[in-house]
Design a protein around this ligand. Structure first.
Ligand SMILES: [Zn+2]
Length: 685
């Protein structure tokens, strides 16, 4: 293979800052092939010549190889997300399987496992830093969980299981997708649209036009479905819509049996159990918890049940209120599943008289972004300044630098706030460059912060909703975790190696400042008058914050308990069906018992097709951590610098170098308590 150079291929130019405009789709395959070939070659060299294995001759070079690949692929996958084009997508998709193959190869390479084991058993190990030790320990753990200790026949079975599981999960989500797309509700009489806001009608009209239909087309895609269920006055149509939605990919409803996931669910559960038992665990939940902050199944079950016990009375109260409201104000004697969202919206309007739109004029980008930087300055003593004349991928993107109190540059980030064509929806933080120590000094971490807010119009600055401001703070929290790390080894720097049920701590934590008056005075000013949010509006906003929080709480707990029980005490060989188990869980924690035809589980892609198997509890787990961490600021003052520095030094700077419980205890002085979350959610008596 001809050796290509950074001069001819900008993807191989790791100098800073990146030259985004020079990166072309045709650069991707050659650069990727070269880096993979180079990594494979170096790896062969390592395992055949390095003896005895040490950090410097073995573990560090492997870290460097991983980093080289991530430096190359990060801008590719980023551009694919924010500036997509047909040729770029093609090159990106062609690269993905090469990367997957490479990582599968590494995960199964027993020579690597032997290398890490030999370092762990050497006299050198005791002299390594905590971060280095953690990288070795994590690697050994991951090899074991991937079957490295198994005798050959079991190892072969393990690989077979992984393959079949991958096929089953992908089939599961295909079924849900097909069932979602197969059904629609086409309305030709405008009278049937009463109650629906203009935005929902416009979306439905466009959807009809795309299908060459007259009128308005509503689908089972979330934005369309949610809008219809929330606003449409026609109860019979809401019922039809509900029935189609909750029976997707099942034995019930309009397409009963067509994309039925029933057997896939049972098969998936059986195989996951077999995987766990091959490695030596009783069930899949025990296996999955090996890499988490929560350590045992009873710990998670107790956690969920304790929350359920406390939240259920509030949830029951929410539901009773809603029933009474529907009966007294709208003459509805019996509230059905397809009425919940509809009357909830009406109740909320009557009670709080506030909408996201009312707050928008107070959140101009020109106030929110500098205000957020001011919050971070007060908390951590950090200065954030814009660096001009840096090449980016779009004119709207800004580039910033973070300096600490000692003047040290701690991180840099790109901020891309506005929605546009060919940009993926949602909001996220992604790693561009990781911190690490090099012979030339520390490599400063760089982050991408991406949102999809509506942009400025004419001379008027972009105006955000409060939800959007909260999203921005959330992603910035992830960004600070990535950028403020002081760990010098990529494998556990920033968010790397952080247990999955703890990684949302810094992000959810930041959201708290969006509700504090003192902080809002920094981030919210009317874009014309310059006035802060008036007291009456602020009070409405706070009052509306916990509307139906009891009901939302137990719904999350129902999903979490169902997931945890399915992957622990439920044995797919027994005669109890998955539906029976779900019914049991609902009887225990839910206040809304759906109709018998409801097949929620058949569309539960989080656990059957995503990464959340035995992990749905993480949402609540991380909320407890972030609320409890914030409560220390409530005690000491929301801008107490000493507490801010403690959070920065004990959590943000440490990355994945220690167990998350250890770090939490260092900051809070004790193990997490659920009190703050209950209080913030309005669930304390
Ligand atoms: Zn997050």
């Amino acid at each position: 293979m001809e050796n290509i150079t950074p001069a001819t291929n900008p993807l191989l130019d790791f100098a800073q800052p990146l030259r985004f405009s020079a990166i072309l789709p045709e650069h991707i395959a050659p650069a990727l092939d070269q880096v993979l070939a180079q990594n494979r070659g170096e790896l062969e060299g390592l395992v055949t010549t390095a003896r005895p294995y040490t950090w410097d001759n073995f573990a560090q070079p492997i870290e460097d190889m991983r980093e080289r690949l991530s430096r190359l692929w990060s801008p590719v996958s980023h551009l694919h997300a924010v500036m997509d084009s047909a040729p770029l997508r093609e090159a990106y998709n062609a690269g993905l399987p090469k990367i997957t193959d490479y990582f599968t190869e590494l995960a199964q390479d027993e020579r690597l496992y032997a290398g890490y084991k030999s370092i762990a058993g050497s006299t050198e190990f005791a002299h390594l830093t905590q971060a280095q030790k953690k990288i070795i320990d994590n690697s050994l753990r991951d090899f074991r969980l991937a079957g490295a200790e198994l005798p050959p026949p079991k190892k072969a079975r393990f690989k077979e299981l992984q393959k079949e599981l991958a096929a089953l999960t992908s089939k599961f989500s295909e079924n849900v997708l097909d069932a979602t797309q197969a059904w629609d509700l086409c309305i030709t009489n405008e009278m049937d649209l009463t109650g629906l806001p203009e935005s929902a009608r416009a979306m439905a009209q466009q959807s009809a036009q795309e299908k060459n239909l007259k009128g308005w087309r509503f689908t089972l895609e979330a934005p369309s479905y949610i809008a219809f269920m929330t606003y449409a006055d026609r109860r019979d149509l809401r019922q039809q819509m509900y029935q189609a939605f909750v029976t997707r990919a099942s034995d019930q409803g309009p397409h009963a049996g067509k994309w039925d996931n029933s057997e896939l669910i049972v098969r998936l559960l059986k195989l996951r159990r077999e995987v766990a038992q091959l490695i030596g665990f009783n069930n899949y939940a025990e296996y999955a918890l090996q890499t988490r902050m929560a350590k045992t199944v009873p710990e998670v079950m107790d956690f969920l049940r304790d929350l359920a016990r406390r939240a259920k009375p509030a949830a029951q109260k929410d539901l009773d209120e809603l029933k009474r409201f529907a009966r007294e104000n709208h003459g509805v004697p019996q509230l059905e599943a397809w009425d919940i969202a509809y009357y909830s919206e009406k109740l909320q309007q009557v009670r709080y008289q506030i909408s996201q739109e009312d707050l928008r004029p107070y959140f101009p980008q020109t106030q929110v972004v500098p205000g957020m930087f001011e919050v971070v300055k007060r908390l951590y003593g950090l200065e954030i300044v814009e660096v001009k004349n840096i090449e980016t991928w779009h004119a709207d993107v800004r580039f910033y630098e973070i300096r600490d109190r000692d003047g040290e540059v701690r991180g840099r980030f790109y901020m891309d706030l506005y929605a546009r064509a060919n940009k993926r929806g949602g909001a996220w933080m992604d790693e561009c460059i990781n911190r690490k120590r090099t012979p030339r000094g520390v490599q400063v971490p760089v982050a991408y912060l991406v949102c999809n807010f509506s942009g400025p119009v004419g001379d008027r600055p972009a105006l955000f909703t409060h939800d959007e401001v909260t999203t921005l703070f959330h992603e910035f929290g992830h960004g600070l975790h990535h950028m403020l790390t002081k760990v010098d080894y990529v494998g556990v720097a920033g968010i790397n190696g952080v247990a999955w049920d703890a990684v949302e701590l810094p992000s959810q934590f930041m959201e708290n400042w969006c509700w504090e008056r003192e902080a809002l005075n920094l981030i919210a000013r009317h874009y014309q008058s310059g006035q802060p949010i008036p007291d009456d509006l602020y009070e409405k906003m706070i009052a509306a914050k916990n509307f139906q929080s009891g009901m939302q709480f137990v719904r999350q707990l129902e999903f979490s308990l169902f997931d945890m029980r399915l992957h622990s005490d439920y044995d797919p060989q027994t005669d109890k069906s998955v539906q029976q188990l779900l019914d049991e869980v609902r009887a225990e924690v839910a206040v809304i018992i759906p109709p018998a035809f409801n097949r929620f589980q058949h569309g539960f892609t989080h656990i059957f097709a995503g990464g959340y198997a035995a992990g749905y509890y993480s949402y609540k787990w991380a909320e407890v951590l972030s609320a409890d961490a914030f409560s220390k600021f409530e005690e000491k003052g929301v801008f107490d610098r000493a507490t801010g520095l403690e959070f920065m030094q004990n959590i943000l700077e440490q990355g994945g170098s220690h167990e998350p419980m250890e770090l939490f205890k260092r900051f809070r002085g004790r193990t997490p308590k659920i009190d703050a979350l209950l209080r913030h959610s309005g669930l304390t008596a």
